[in-house]
Each structure stands twice: as C-alpha cells, then as structure tokens.
Design a protein around this ligand. Structure first.
Ligand code: LLP
Length: 438
C-alpha cells in the first residue's frame, strides 16, 4: 500500500490527491493511477540487493504494460520478461535493449519466434523454451533467418503445490503444470539442443509461481535449479551466461508484511555462490512486486442497496460501484482480496459494506469492507498496479478504464477511458477488406 492521507484526511498517491483526479471531468472513474517515482524506487532497491554482482531484473510486462511504466523501468536499467510477440515489441519500443529481453511462453507461434530471433543485431537475450519439442522449432526459425538464437531452458523444478502457498491458478512450478521442461526430460532437452545447430544455450531458468509470501519454496526450487545448472556446465561443457530464478515475489495485500524482493535475491545469491555459479549473471523476473502497491483503481459509488430479510437475518448492505470485474479481474478469478478505502476523510461510524461492481456476474464482488456508514462518494481499490489494467476487458460493453501516471508529485501522463461511441465503432465496423470480399 503506497497511499497516504494528507492533513485533511484525503487519500493521496505519489503526493497527488486522488479525489481531485476522480472529480476532474477529463479523468473521472474508473481510473487506474500509478506512481512512477515509487515504481522506480522499488526497482532501484531490488537492483541494489545484487550488490554489484552481474544480474538482470527483467520486468514481467504482463503485470503492467503501460508505456510510462515500462519506460521508467527501462530507465532504471531493467530488462523485460515477455510472453507474446506484442509484449516483445512493446518492450523494445519502450527502450529496452533486445539483449535484456527474455521470452517465456509454452506456445510461441512461428511469427512470435521470428520477432524474437530478428530483434536487434543478435536476437533477444534468450528465447526461454518450455518444452523439448520447442527446440527444433526455434532451430528451424533461426536457420531460415540465418541467425543463431540464444536459448534458455525453463526448467520445472517440480515443487509441491501445497508448499507454494499461493492460489492454484498462479502456481506454475509443480509437476502437473503446463509450464517448463520437467527435470526428468532435461537430458532429452540437452540432446535436442546439441542437434540444434542454430541455437546456443545461454542459461537455465524457472518460475515457480506468483504471490509467494515465503522464501522457502523459492529457495528450495533455486537449489534444484543451481544443482542442475552446475551439472549441465560440468557434464556438457556448456558455457552458460546466466541462471534465472524467475519472479513471483509476493506483496502485502493487507494480510501483513511479507518478504521484501531483495531478501529473495540475497537468499538465492548465497546459494548461487555455494553452488559455484557466482560467475553467472543472476536473472530475476518480477512483475507484481515492482508495481502492484504503486497503483490504485479509483471508482465512484453509483448507489447503495439494502437487502432486508424477513426471517430475522441481518440486512445486507451493498455498495454498488462503477468499477467491475472487467476493470479488475483478480477478485473474481482468484478470490483475491484488495483493500477498499474512501477517497475522502473518514466520516462517521463504520459499517460493513459488500462492495460490488456493475457486471452481470455474481463473482463481480470485491468483498465486505468496513467503510463509513454514510457511504463515501468515491473509493480506491488498493494494490491494483499489477495484473489490473492488463487483465481488463470490455465485457458487458464496458469501456476500458482510464490511466493516470504520477511522477515527482504531479500528473505527467494519462490515457483516456474508452467511450460508448468507441465501443460501438469497434464492435460494428468490420475490417473493410473482409467486408468487401464477403
Ligand atoms: N515470469 C514468468 C514466466 C511468469 O509466468 C510470471 C507470472 C512472472 C515472471 C511474474 O510473476 P510475478 O513477479 O508478477 O509474480 N494474474 C495473476 C498473476 C499471474 C502470474 C503469471 N506469471 C494475479 O493477478 O495474481
């Protein structure tokens, strides 16, 4: 939570009063607001935890692909972890060097592989292959481009799902996950790489899951990865450049303080040294921990509603807001809980409000929150800077939310919300060439 209250009790982010943004007719609600200065600080602190050792912090663009966010992280010396051809193109357009891009994904299309292989003078830093079968595909694309593709293998270290302690939908490094090459398949992957003359193995990596609040599963999986990396080096005589322990550093959504990203790094660096791999650069690929707490979603209260039950049950109080699961999907998809707070000063005694959006789905529900009994006019949903806008949709014909970017205590950039007219246009005007053909 990066928000503060000013002397009058108004909620602020990055020194800007959020009510002012919500009241501005050019901005309004629903609107995501991000503090770029705080995002830069978060990246700097993480980079400092490497204490000058060779490293790359590759920002997982899927968490927040807004240009101003990616550009600020590029300025801080971060690279990018991308999962589509579009994210790859965006990272490059935002000034990230192709050498600092890693590309993960279980089903990269030929066109996407070509984008990665053709980027810059040598292709991107690493195409992270996620199956044995992907290796000959990358090799064939590189051969037809007349290039050698730098490749890393995403290893699935087979961690116990329960030990990860995160929602099953965002746990990736267990045996039944679709991601990565299983440990037992590594020898097959290495033979496939030997046969692939247009690839060069530059690293081994993993990503075990997201929103990890304990260091233990990350460290255990890193130990496995480092052991494997040392073996590949010793037995295969491979000259590797890096080892990548992935992202997944959790944040505090209100349940209590959790481990800082730098603590994950310090713990695995100690293991890396112990495994004799200190000469390799250490890569990490955080998304959420760099941006989540530095973004909020502003919403207006449309109206309240009370369901009064006849049979003695307590009445239910609903707060109906203008942001829904189409703007912030996390509660509906993972039952994630985000704090909801009034934009103005606390007024009057609190009461339990069930905060819900306008979408026609019961899961469009942000949970029960203590808010003033006389409902606030506008609220902020906290810790919404990661996997918020990037997972938004126009379901129910609802416009994509606006975005506002704060830096150095003032608004430096913004993107307008879609409109009814732009949605109608998008849904009714077909591609003119296709229309003519039919
Ligand atoms: N690297 C890879 C290969 C990934 O798959 C992910 C996230 C990351 C890095 C970054 O993980 P992070 O540091 O952000 O935890 N939509 C979900 C999260 C999905 C994460 C998917 N992969 C959510 O809202 O919680």
């Amino acid at each position: 939570m990066a928000t503060t209250r000013d002397a009058r009790g108004n909620l602020c982010l990055g020194g800007v009063r959020l009510q002012t943004l919500a009241d501005d007719p050019a901005i309004g609600t629903p609107t995501y607001v991000y503090d770029l200065s705080a995002i830069a600080l978060e990246a700097r602190e993480l980079r400092e935890s490497f204490e000058g050792a060779p490293h790359l912090v590759a920002f997982a663009v899927k968490a927040n692909s807004a240009g101003p966010v990616v550009r600020v992280l590029a300025r801080e010396g971060c690279g990018a972890d991308v999962v589509s051809g579009s994210e790859l193109a965006l990272a490059l357009a935002c000034g990230i060097s192709p050498d600092h891009v890693v590309y993960s994904g279980v089903a990269k299309t030929d066109d996407e592989l070509d984008r990665a292989i053709f980027a810059g003078p040598r292709g991107i830093g690493a195409v992270q292959v996620e199956s044995v079968e992907e290796i000959p595909r990358v090799d064939a694309r590189a051969a037809s481009a007349g290039r050698v593709a730098r490749v890393a293998v995403r290893v699935n270290p087979g961690v116990d799902l329960a030990e990860l302690g995160t929602h099953a939908y965002i746990a990736t490094g267990h045996d039944e996950a679709k991601f990565g090459v299983a440990l037992d398949d590594m020898s097959l992957a290495l033979s496939a790489l030997r046969a692939a003359r247009h690839t060069e193995l530059v690293g081994l990596g993993m990503h075990v899951g997201s929103q990890l609040t304990s260091i233990t599963p990350y460290v255990d999986a890193s130990r496995t990865l480092f052991r494997l990396t040392a073996e590949v080096r010793a037995e295969q005589g491979k000259r590797l450049a890096f080892v990548d322990t992935g992202g997944g550093f959790g944040i505090d959504y209100g349940e209590g303080a959790c481990v800082r990203p730098g603590d994950f790094v310090r713990a695995v660096r100690a293991l890396q040294r112990a495994a004799g791999l200190d000469d390799l650069a250490l890569h990490v690929d955080p998304g959420r921990s760099l941006v989540a707490a530095n973004g909020v979603l502003l919403a207006r209260v449309v109206q309240s509603k009370v369901s009064r039950f006849q049979k003695g049950a307590a009445p239910l109080q609903w707060l109906l807001i203008d942001a829904g699961m189409n703007d912030l999907l996390r509660p509906a998809l993972y039952r994630a809980r985000h704090r909801v707070v009034p934009l103005g000063p606390d007024a009057g005694p609190p009461s339990n409000w069930r905060v819900v959006g306008p979408v026609c789905e019961s899961s469009d529900d942000f949970g029960i929150h203590m808010l003033p009994d006389s409902p606030p006019a506008a609220i902020a949903i906290l810790d919404a800077g990661a996997y918020g806008y990037t997972m938004a949709s126009s379901y129910n014909g609802r416009a994509l939310p606006a975005e506002v970017f704060i830096e150095g205590g003032r608004v430096v950039d913004r993107r307008a919300r879609g409109s009814v007219e732009s949605w109608i246009l998008e849904r009714t005007s077909g591609d003119s060439r296709a229309t003519k053909r039919s």
